[in-house]
Design a protein around this ligand. Sequence first.
Ligand code: SF4
Length: 76
Amino acid sequence: SQPLLDEGDDEAKAVGYHADASKVDAKKFPKYAKGQTCANCQLYAADGGKPSGGCALFYGKDVLAKGWCNAWEKKV
Ligand code: SF4
């Protein structure tokens, strides 16, 4: 595992990363739909059963499985 991405970081803010998907304001982030989380995003790399894992967008940082950002893509 790697250090956790902070939602206050510029690179996080640039894509509207939230550490907790349930706190996303759907008015501010109209792409968000309930049920979307990093855990079910195509760009997420799970780390066993850990609560965080890698994201293709963020080199050297982990994101929370329960997080979300505007680049969310349905896992195929
Ligand atoms: Fe999470 Fe996917 Fe956004 Fe990465 S691209 S932060 S895994 S929602």
